[in-house]
Design a protein around this ligand. Structure first.
Ligand code: NDP
Length: 482
């Protein structure tokens, strides 16, 4: 807090992880002291690269933005994490995203370190030519730090398939290295993986479904009822955002028979309660949203009259006026950090939400999380934190790197199978907090402690502990922490 008071969002996410790890930080034993030292070491990025990005606008003016790459942790593998182009980006935001990424990547089970990058450049209102010139200039600087075994960025807010294409095109021209997995989220035409665009949203719905099936098993005395795997059928869901994650979460929800009641962008929200018959969004509505956002880079307000839902300007999914609100069972925040504050979280639990799975990174404020944790303890709310819930995207990015290295492409079905297995394994780690019985210092007594720990642990604590333990133990073996 003394060193980085100017980076509040970074402090917020470090505190969130630390809270879950507190029981591991015992001063009474060597392991507890080691964990404390390892955690402190992890909070300091290995390297922060900051650079100027000059670019020419359509009027011929030379303009400048700042670019960054936070190479946070290479403990488990090359730095891996997306690039964000948004005016709110600064070093603190990228440190928060890079820190989250370390644990998320560890949960995937793939050899991936953590990093994040981007620029304070605002893509809104820019022409396609301006976007291309900016991406080319950004990569002209960044390319010197990238390599498939060093640092492999992907997309994030403001960086989709076209931007990855322009950056990869620049990388190829500057380096004469082709077919390398140095960026993920590439088009299928030049080395991308099937299902990478869909992976974060699909993975989010897969893990939500697993948690619901698990809950149903606990609630159902009759095993036959528990086996009914269509737990999402007819369930009303609030989705926020209308970008990559939100679109594919909505697509998978519709495919599984759930009702998508909302979507939003930074100017307003679409509500699909359709005069209170609560049918939710249709496939055609989703197509309209995708075309508006992906083809025309438009605003949801332009869809009024073209989709079955109604548009509410200046509203978010979480602060709808009571008479406009639609009560749902599931909340999937998929827009940005801190979108659900304390009062929004309170309203969600009051309207009877029973599962929150975070598609965006840290979408819930500290006070909002406290409300979810309380509801979880008192009433069994299922709260799946971002680093587990949205890990499918980076997971399939890891699979894209594997395909590039082997110079082959798997089928959509193969990637989907691997994604589903990965989300299952991540959910398992959230339940267990990571298996430490294989580490050299574990004793048989700690194994019964672990069983006790797992029984009382939330999914949030489990995700943080499992990711942390993997990285901490690897750091010890590398001789980076004693
Ligand atoms: P996109 O740029 O595709 O979409 C972002 C969406 O969120 C847009 O609808 C955007 O609205 C909205 N949004 C952005 N900033 C704000 C804001 N300040 N207030 C309200 N709405 C806002 O990004 P992604 O879908 O890729 O990313 C969404 C979230 O998911 C981010 O937190 C990202 O870090 C996280 N994530 C993404 C992954 C991926 O694979 N893409 C992987 C893991 C996490 P508008 O159109 O008006 O800008």
């Amino acid at each position: 807090y003394q060193k980085y008071p100017h980076q509040p969002i970074f402090l917020q996410c470090v505190e969130e992880v630390a809270l879950s790890l507190l029981p591991l930080f015992s001063d009474d034993n060597e392991e507890g002291q080691f964990y404390k030292r390892a955690f402190l070491a992890m909070t300091e990025p290995e390297r922060v690269i900051s650079f100027r990005v000059p670019w020419e606008d359509d009027d011929g003016n030379l303009r400048y933005n700042r670019g960054w790459r936070v190479e946070f942790s290479s403990v488990l593998g090359p730095y891996k994490g997306g690039l964000r182009f948004h005016p709110t980006v600064d070093e603190g935001v990228l440190k928060f995203l890079g820190f989250e990424q370390i644990f998320k990547n560890a949960l995937t089970g793939l050899p991936l370190g953590g990093g994040k990058g981007g620029s304070d450049f605002d893509p809104k209102g820019k022409s396609p030519q301006e976007m291309k010139r900016f991406c080319q200039s950004f990569m002209t600087e960044l390319h010197r730090y990238l390599h498939p075994s060093t640092d492999v960025p992907a997309g994030d807010i403001g960086v989709g398939g076209s931007e990855i294409g322009y950056m990869y095109g620049t990388y190829k021209r500057l380096t004469n290295r082709h077919g390398e997995g140095v960026l993920t989220g590439k088009s299928l035409a030049f080395g991308g993986s099937p299902l990478r665009p869909e992976a974060t949203g699909y993975g989010l719905v897969y893990i939500a479904k697993l948690a619901m099936e698990d809950q149903r098993k606990k609630d159902c005395k009759d095993d036959k009822d528990a086996e009914d795997n269509n737990v999402l059928k007819g369930v009303k869901c609030k989705v926020s955002g209308s970008g990559n994650v939100a679109q594919y979460a909505a697509q998978k929800l519709l495919e599984l028979g759930a009702k998508v009641m909302t979507m939003s962008d930074s100017n307003g929200a679409l509500i699909f309660d359709n005069d209170n018959d609560n049918t939710g969004m249709t496939q055609e509505d989703l197509q309209q949203v995708m075309e508006c956002k992906n083809v025309h880079r438009g605003r949801l307000s332009q869809l009024e009259g073209k989709v079955s839902g109604r548009y509410i300007p200046d509203a978010t999914v979480w602060n709808l006026p009571p008479q406009q609100n639609v009560a749902c069972e599931i909340a999937l925040p998929c827009a940005t950090q801190n979108e659900i504050d304390e009062s929004a979280a309170q309203r969600l639990v009051e309207e009877g939400i029973y599962l929150v799975a975070e598609g965006a990174n840290l979408p819930t404020t500290t006070h909002g999380q406290e409300i979810f944790r309380r509801k979880q303890e008192e009433d069994g709310l299922v709260y799946i934190p971002a680093k587990a819930a949205n890990a499918g995207g980076v997971g399939v990015s890891g699979l894209e790197m594997s395909q590039n290295a082997q110079k082959l492409t798997w089928t959509t079905e193969e990637v989907d199978d691997k994604l589903q297995s990965m989300m299952k394994e991540i959910y398992h780690q959230c339940q267990t907090g990571g298996d430490t019985t294989t580490t050299t210092t574990s004793s048989s007594s700690s194994s019964s402690d672990e069983k006790e720990e797992a029984a009382s642990m939330s999914l949030e604590e489990g995700a943080n502990r499992a990711g942390f333990r993997k990285v901490a133990h690897a750091m010890r073996e590398l001789g980076w922490v004693q």
